[in-house]
Design a binder for this molecule. Structure first.
Ligand code: S3P
Length: 447
């Protein structure tokens, strides 16, 4: 787990042109789901390209605690012997999900309709994050949750022995909440319905269909209405996990701001629920070519040729785009600092309840680097200083947040003076090869 060992400071210095190929690891969202759906299928699911980041390893450990056999066969190659929907065994100890909101919320969902009791905890970051958004709908199935004040971990969920199906309109745009309700719905009789006003990442829906669940999505004025038939027998699958577009964002954005760069980033998802950053960058004037469009692991992907883009302009990011780039605002705010003019990011209050308060973490760190910022509860505005214009020369606090750490290291690759982070250790949660991959492209990173 991150954040339990010693802090690992890291510094990025102005780097020469980045070049080469940046093959980023497997998608975090799909990796968690491959393990969890695999555990709920009957028989052996085979996975290739699994992200071996700490978040996903913690989910693998949790699935073992619930009775699934989870085995690593080689790098990224795993198998899961599932126990079937409703076949979980009560875990003998507390489930520690480390830094992972996705892990804990999805796992709460899949045990909430089993009539078992499980206690969940996590690291200092996860213990601050709200769980009520998941336990509220799980209570409608009949599950009970006993946590700390404000619905925080550690928390015990007493699952519903006789669950009832649920119709639930998501009050926040959250794929984690949507997925937790669908997972709980798997072991409830009848039809569970989730309604989302704004579409969020749809990996659960796509993968549930692949695993043989009966699910359909209607797109209407209310948004997406997702209907799932309960108590299916899920069939084991072969899952080829595509690369993570949220990890690809770091080398892509580094190449855009480091002078003279020209890199290739293969297999970046073009799934409309994940590609908001790439649309935004192109609108800002980024030189990105989308080559060789195809399908990989059930996701539309393209290879991205990315060149240094010295003339990017700040834009207003449409708020309705937020769910499709929710994890990318930290790195976008770094790119915005190297563009000319203002970049306005509205409708982003969800950033306040991520691994850290990301509006605050980015605002404070960028200000320390000499960038002018405006913010309110739901908005972040970055006043760009143009290519090469960010002074740097600061240390950013990362608050146990991998994406804050990587964002400031990318900032330091193009700023005038070095930028340090107080703790790079959380990077292992999502992008364990970040340091080697970035230095391989020519970045200067030192511990
Ligand atoms: C995720 C959903 C998003 C995202 C997270 C992964 C998922 O969280 O930020 O990194 O895999 O479902 P929210 O559901 O809180 O928006």
């Amino acid at each position: 787990m991150s954040g339990h060992g010693d802090a690992q400071p890291m510094t990025a210095r102005k780097s020469g042109p980045l070049s080469g190929t940046a093959a980023v690891p497997g998608d975090k969202s799909i990796s968690h789901r491959a393990l969890i759906f695999g555990a709920m299928a009957v028989g052996e699911t085979k996975i290739t390209g699994l992200l071996e980041g700490q978040d996903v390893l913690d989910t693998a450990k949790a699935m073992r605690a619930f009775g699934a056999e989870v085995t690593q066969h080689g790098p990224g190659a795993w198998s899961v012997h599932g126990v079937g929907v409703g076949g979980f065994r009560e875990p003998a100890d507390v489930i520690d999900c480390g830094n992972s909101g996705t892990g804990v919320r999805l796992i709460m969902g899949c045990m909430a309709t089993t009539g078992m009791t499980a206690t969940f905890t996590g690291d200092a970051s996860l213990r601050k994050r709200p769980m009520g958004r998941v336990t509220d709908p799980l209570a409608l199935f009949g599950a009970r949750a006993y946590g700390r004040h404000g619905g925080r971990l550690p928390m015990t969920i007493v699952g519903a022995a006789n669950p009832v199906p649920v119709r639930y309109a998501l009050p926040v745009a959250s794929a984690q909440v949507k997925s937790a309700v669908l997972l709980a719905g798997l072991n409830a009789p009848g039809e569970t319905v989730v309604i989302e006003k704004e579409p969020t990442r749809d990996h659960s829906e796509r993968m549930l269909l692949g695993f043989g669940a009966e699910l359909h999505v209607e797109k209407g004025a209310e948004g997406h209405i997702i209907t799932l038939k309960g108590q299916p027998e899920l069939r084991p699958q072969t899952v080829a996990v595509p690369r993570d577009p949220s990890s690809a964002a770091f080398p892509v954005c580094a190449a855009l701001i480091v002078e003279g760069s020209d890199i290739l980033v293969p297999g970046v998802s073009q799934n409309l629920t994940r590609n908001g950053l790439y649309i935004t960058l192109v609108e800002m004037g980024a030189e990105i070519e989308f080559q060789n469009p195809r399908e990989e692991g059930g996701e539309p992907v393209a290879d991205l040729r990315v060149r240094f883009s010295g003339n990017m302009k700040g834009i207003e990011v449409p708020p309705e785009r937020a769910p499709s780039m929710i994890d990318e605002y930290p790195i976008l705010s770094v790119v915005a600092a190297f563009a000319s003019g203002k970049t306005v990011m509205r409708g982003v209050k969800e950033l306040r309840v991520k691994e850290s308060d990301r509006i605050d973490a980015m605002a404070r760190g960028l200000e320390a680097c000499g960038v002018t910022i405006e913010e309110d509860e739901d908005t972040l505005i970055v006043h760009g200083m143009g290519a090469g214009g960010v002074p740097g020369g600061a240390t950013a606090a990362t608050h146990l947040d991998h994406r804050i750490a990587m964002s400031f290291l990318v900032c330091g690759m193009a700023a005038q003076k070095p930028v340090s982070v107080d703790d790079a250790s959380p990077i292992v949660t999502s992008f364990p090869i970040f340091e080697g991959l970035m230095t391989g492209l020519g970045a200067t990173l030192t511990r």
